[in-house]
Every structure is written in structure tokens, then in C-alpha cells.
Design a protein around this ligand. Structure first.
Ligand SMILES: NC(=O)c1ccc[n+]([C@@H]2O[C@H](COP(=O)([O-])OP(=O)(O)OC[C@H]3O[C@@H](n4cnc5c(N)ncnc54)[C@H](O)[C@@H]3O)[C@@H](O)[C@H]2O)c1
Length: 268
């Protein structure tokens, strides 16, 4: 039972691994001795993150929307580490035009930006999964972890495109979990993590004002979070390690909230 949460022999691919949440997850796996492959759009960001970690971390520049770049990254990772055992699809995020501001209505939505944000989050999860999970299908084992959001199941105001995309990720997670077991056996599992709200680069302006105080939206989120605070990126590591390891051997097709109780609270 000592090695129930063992990940030290695994190669973990993390898309968006140079971002706020991706880098915290990368650090967590690195500290446990895993081989960590940071995949990020800009090669220099991926390399910088890998250099910060050192040891068995390596960076690979690839856009999650570009098949040729992802295939090149996969080949390089296999050459460097020999296998891919865990894929964590973290790359994603929101875009302003796919958001309805307080002084706008639904009719102001930029359908172009809506498509872009759905593409980044949904295609940006499906396409890397097609490419990085192929070695898992061959070896008949592996764990795929997608990053969803609270807004997938309880839509937040404003973020219409982002919410639609993350709801698509929940559906895809369940669909692929069934498909993988049917075609490649029980060794491949597909789950998702739905983080509560974490202050990141992309949402900071929505949550914190210029004086460092929480905005009205920031306060509303805190009021709906029983733990009365935002999450810390490193608080996602434990769930990611659990879903990657033998400890979750019979867990497949679920979305795990890591949200300080947000999803349990009705607001009353
Ligand atoms: N911050 C939150 O509160 C929160 C809550 C729920 C879910 N999430 C999700 O967590 C994930 C990470 O969020 P974050 O706050 O760390 O954001 P972030 O912007 O800090 O990180 C995203 C990373 O993905 C990379 N990236 C973006 N587009 C890419 C592309 N096309 N190809 C390759 N890499 C690309 C970026 O360069 C960046 O390193 C996102 O999917 C986000 O939707 C965040």
C-alpha cells in the first residue's frame, strides 16, 4: 500500500504547463520524481519552466490547436522519456470578446470570439488528447485529466463562450472514458478536475481592482465559497496525483470539483 500514489516512474505531459495552474501542477509532479513534459505555445516559456524545475523536466513548444506541432512534441517526448503515462490538458482560458460585459447584452457577443474560445478550450483538449494518448492506447495504460471549470455545470454570468467550451469538456471526458475502456481495456482512464476560482493572469482584472481589493464579482464568488477564499494553484496537485496513480484505479469518467465547497453551496 506504500506506493498507492506512486507517480515517480511516470511521464506526465502537461499542456499549458507554463501557466499559473499548469506550472503548479508541474512542480507538484516534479517534486514527486515524475518525468514532466511541459507543452506550451511558446517554446521559450516551456523551456523557461522546465529550466526552473531542472532535473527530469523538459519543455516543448507546441500550440494545442496545431496537429503538426503536437505530433512533433509527442515524438520528442517519446525520444526523451520513452513513454507517455499521464496527460493533463491545462491549456485554455477565456477571451474578452466571448464575454458579455455589464453594459452589454447577449446581442453584443462576437461570434468570432465565441468560436475562438470554444476552439481553444474544447478543440485544444480533444486534439492533444488524440495525439498524446496514442502511446497510452498502445501500452494499454494511462490517465488523461482534463481541466474543466465550475461554470461548466453552474454557468457564471458573462462568460458564455468559456462556459460552453468547459461544458463540452465535461461531456468529452465522460464520452472518452467509455470509449477508451471499450476499445483499449480498463487500463486507460479519463477524468476531469473542475477548479473553483483561482486568481490567475487571465481573470485577475475581473476579481481584483487596481487597489488590490476584490471587485463585486470577486466578493460574490467568495460569498458563494464556504471556505471564504480563492483557491491556491498548488491545491490542485493532490487531486491530479490521485487521478494519475493506482490510488484511483477504479475511477473513470468523473469530474472532481476542487472548489472550497462552491459547488455544494446553494447560496442560501
Ligand atoms: N484560474 C482559474 O480560476 C481557473 C478556474 C477553472 C479553470 N481554469 C482553467 O485552468 C487552465 C489554466 O488556467 P490558468 O489560470 O493557469 O491560465 P494561464 O493563462 O496562466 O495558463 C494557460 C497556459 O496555457 C498556455 N496556452 C494558451 N493557449 C495555448 C495554445 N493554443 N497552445 C498551447 N498553450 C497555450 C498559455 O501560454 C499559458 O501558459 C485553463 O484551462 C483555465 O480555463 C482556471
Amino acid at each position: 500500500m506504500n506506493n498507492l500514489f506512486e507517480v515517480s516512474k511516470k511521464t506526465v505531459v502537461i499542456t499549458g504547463g507554463a501557466g499559473v495552474i499548469g506550472s503548479a501542477i508541474a512542480k507538484g509532479f516534479h517534486a514527486l520524481g515524475a518525468n514532466v513534459a511541459i507543452v506550451n505555445r511558446k517554446d521559450e516559456d516551456a523551456q523557461a519552466m522546465a529550466n526552473t524545475l531542472g532535473g527530469s523536466a523538459k519543455g516543448y513548444g507546441a500550440n494545442v490547436l496545431k496537429e503538426d506541432e503536437l505530433k512533433a512534441a509527442k515524438n520528442a517526448i517519446l525520444k526523451d522519456f520513452g513513454s507517455i503515462d499521464v496527460l493533463i490538458n491545462v491549456a485554455g482560458g477565456n477571451m474578452k470578446g466571448a464575454t458579455i460585459g455589464p453594459d452589454q447584452t447577449f446581442y453584443d457577443l462576437s461570434i468570432h470570439d465565441f468560436e475562438k474560445v470554444v476552439s481553444l478550450n474544447l478543440k485544444g483538449t480533444v486534439l492533444p488528447t488524440m495525439i498524446f494518448s496514442e502511446p497510452m492506447a498502445e501500452q494499454k495504460s494511462g490517465s488523461i485529466i482534463n481541466i474543466s471549470s465550475m461554470t461548466a455545470s453552474q454557468p457564471f454570468t458573462r462568460v458564455v463562450g468559456y462556459g460552453a467550451a468547459k461544458a463540452g469538456i465535461d461531456n468529452f471526458t465522460k464520452w472518452l472514458s467509455v470509449e477508451m475502456n471499450a476499445k483499449f481495456g480498463e487500463g486507460i482512464r479519463v477524468n476531469a478536475i473542475a477548479p473553483g476560482v483561482f486568481i490567475g493572469k487571465q481573470n485577475k482584472d475581473l476579481l481584483v481592482d487596481a487597489d488590490g481589493k476584490f471587485t463585486k464579482r470577486g466578493n460574490t464568488i467568495i460569498e458563494h465559497t464556504p471556505m471564504r477564499r480563492f483557491g491556491l494553484p498548488e491545491e490542485l496537485v493532490g487531486t491530479a496525483v490521485w487521478l494519475s496513480s493506482e490510488a484511483s484505479k477504479f475511477v473513470n469518467g468523473i469530474v472532481v470539483p476542487v472548489d472550497g465547497g462552491f459547488s455544494a453551496f446553494s447560496g442560501v
